[in-house]
Design a protein around this ligand. Structure first.
Ligand code: GAL
Length: 353
């Protein structure tokens, strides 16, 4: 990726999780010189769907770090205003309105509800404020509503395929161990993220497709949504363990937090043999679980790369430069970060984020 950080010097304004609209209002009231010129520095409003999500809070932490780094490289002030939507689209809409009315120069929005993108896009366009959606992908029609709307993310299909290939490799390398029933069929359960989320739908589909495309016969014993959440995944897995016992050969999980929930449930049962478990994200606790041999593998979701791309885009837009010179922009609107498969074999390459 091409990087051109041109300006900097930063301040951070983090809105504490759970304090809600009052905290947001207070922080925004402190916004200096609303509607001021470039001398006031770059002000970026960041709306998160919830801060209680491990991967999303990692993206936010990376953004903060990148702003601090930029501080040392350029002479301009950058202020981040981070708002927690607490899984409420109404709350997030209010936060976006405040970011706009108080003069933020660029918005970064991690939608609560992907179908709310059009309304936010129209608000940003009316105020002439560039808009970067991230992680929760709006439909293409909404991205194309205005030429200063962007999406920063990673291909959900790619993450599913890489996860499936991890299992395929294990099947091909040591089929006898994985196929504990010895029936030549891979029995699995699937822990799914939020219904309707592009990552839930496509990871679910493409993980299994990687196996079936390679000629592996599979049997789905169960699939349940656990909303990206560790505790919900532990509860679902406990039910499956009661129902299927050692019949489960693989646990696919649409993300690492849910894979860790599955591990929690297995640890409770004190089984000697565990199914093979795979996740997505390569969060810090998941990397520890890989190191401990509990999580067979995961797929690195590049939180730092996504944060860097947002910052590079924001700076280019603010400086009136061509964003395609700052990031690898596809079709004028999209920045795609690559996924990478992670196992014990290459774990040391993933020590950050
Ligand atoms: C996914 C990630 C999940 C969760 C979700 C939120 O990309 O793998 O862990 O953070 O985004 O939208």
């Amino acid at each position: 990726m091409r990087r051109r950080i041109k300006s900097c010097c930063s301040r951070l304004c983090r809105l504490p999780a759970g304090k809600g609209a009052a905290a947001l209002a207070l922080a925004l009231a402190l916004l200096p010189g609303c509607g001021g010129g470039k001398d006031d520095g770059l002000r970026i409003g960041v709306a998160l769907y919830t801060q209680d999500d491990t991967f999303i809070s990692t993206v936010a932490q990376n953004l903060e770090g990148i702003v601090r780094e930029a501080e040392g490289e350029t002479g301009r002030q950058i202020t981040l205003f981070i708002a927690d939507g607490r899984s409420s689209q109404a709350t997030q809409m209010d936060q976006v309105d405040r970011f706009l009315s108080r003069g933020c120069d660029v918005l970064c929005v991690n939608l609560v509800d992907r179908t709310a993108a059009a309304v936010i896009a129209d608000k940003a366009e009316a105020e002439g404020v560039p808009l970067i959606f991230f992680n929760r992908q709006p439909v293409e029609e909404d991205i194309r509503r205005w030429d200063r709307i962007y999406y920063v993310g990673a291909s959900a299909q790619e993450s599913g395929a890489l996860q499936g290939e991890l299992v395929l490799d294990a099947w091909q390398a040591d089929r006898e161990t994985l196929d504990r029933s010895g029936d030549g069929v891979l029995q699995y359960v699937m822990l799914e993220g939020e219904p309707g989320h592009q990552d839930s739908l496509l990871r679910t589909e493409y993980s299994v497709k990687a196996l079936t495309d390679a000629g592996v016969e599979v049997e789905k014993l169960g699939n349940e949504t656990a909303n990206w959440n560790r505790a919900q995944a532990a509860a679902r897995t406990a039910q499956w363990l009661e129902e299927f016992g050692d019949g489960i050969e693989v646990i696919f999980s649409n993300n690492d937090d849910m894979a860790l929930g599955a591990i929690d449930a297995l640890a409770e049962t004190e089984r000697s043999r565990w199914p093979l478990i795979v996740g997505v994200d390569a969060t810090a606790p998941a990397r520890e679980a890989v190191a401990a041999g509990q999580l067979y593998g995961t797929v690195h979701n590049d939180s730092r790369g996504q944060a860097q791309a947002m910052m590079d885009l924001a700076l280019a837009l603010w400086n009136g430069e061509d964003p395609a010179q700052a990031v690898d922009l596809e079709e004028g609107h999209y920045v795609w970060l690559p996924y990478r498969a992670v196992t014990l074999a290459n774990l040391e390459e993933f020590q950050e984020g």
